[in-house]
Write a protein that binds this ligand. Structure first.
Ligand SMILES: [Zn+2]
Length: 251
């Protein structure tokens, strides 16, 4: 049965992944119609509805039939990442409340990451969803309904454990974006301080490795800026999937 459910979860996530890629494009521009309607981002013309099908559609849309421009594999990548994340979350959490909460979180983080890669900005409506999930987890744990082992004060400490140092870094050095601070506040409230530290550790280590690769590839003087949200998101997903095991192995 698990195999059948895994296939269903992956197929639903594939469909959602393309939709999330279009959401990331449409949201900052206020073009909400595009979320459900495939459109060429070069010539602006509508694409046939078959382009909305996962994998098949994104391979078709690698080239626009009107202008011949290459859309890139962004929708394809988004579909595959979404399917992979949902599948792993299902295998770890089964069909539980936590699976649906973390799948929603993964979707929001994917949209925020794509927007950060595009325009280096954070969309507050998406951030608000993360905050709402964080408040739900905090309230649940406060009234001892917690579905995880995290108690209420751990959620509260989590909100500040990374966001406060980042905030001070932003004030004194200006090297950190306000969006990253707000995201770590919301994620910290949701995860509790232990998993927040794990998420940030993995996020920063992978971001540093990516920065080194970019420096080697584009040279020392390159102005290529590393967007932090995709790495913080990746760290968060690692923390949700293996964070507890990682902490147990460490201590
Ligand atoms: Zn086109």
């Amino acid at each position: 049965m698990t195999a059948l459910y895994s296939v269903i979860v992956a197929l639903c996530a594939l469909l959602l992944g393309g939709c999330l890629s279009r959401t990331a494009y449409a949201l900052p521009r206020g073009e909400y119609r595009e979320i459900l309607r495939p459109k060429c981002h070069y010539c602006g013309r509508d694409l046939p509805m078959k382009y909305i099908l996962p994998i098949y559609g994104s391979i078709l849309s690698l080239r626009c039939p009107h202008c011949g421009e290459r859309e890139g594999g962004r929708a394809l990548a988004s579909e595959i990442i979404c399917a992979l994340l949902f599948l792993l979350l299902y295998l770890v959490y089964g069909f539980s409340y936590l699976f649906f909460e973390y799948a929603l979180l993964a979707s929001v983080l994917l949209v925020l990451s794509l927007i950060d890669l595009d325009i280096h900005e954070i969309v507050h409506s998406m951030l608000l969803l993360v905050l709402v999930l964080g408040v739900i987890n905090f309230v649940f744990s406060f009234f001892s309904f917690s579905l995880t082992d995290t108690v209420w004060w751990e959620h509260l400490v989590g909100a500040f454990v990374i966001s406060l140092p980042l905030f001070l870094l932003m004030i004194f050095t200006g090297g950190i974006g306000g969006g990253d601070v707000k995201l770590m506040f919301c994620l910290g409230l949701l995860l509790g301080y232990k998993l927040t530290l794990v998420a940030f550790f993995f996020g920063i280590v992978i971001a540093a490795l990516a920065a080194i690769v970019l420096r080697v590839a584009f040279g020392r003087g390159s102005k290529y800026q590393v967007a932090l949200v995709p790495f913080l998101s990746l760290g968060t997903m690692i923390a949700l999937l293996v964070g507890d095991k990682f902490l147990t192995a460490l201590f």
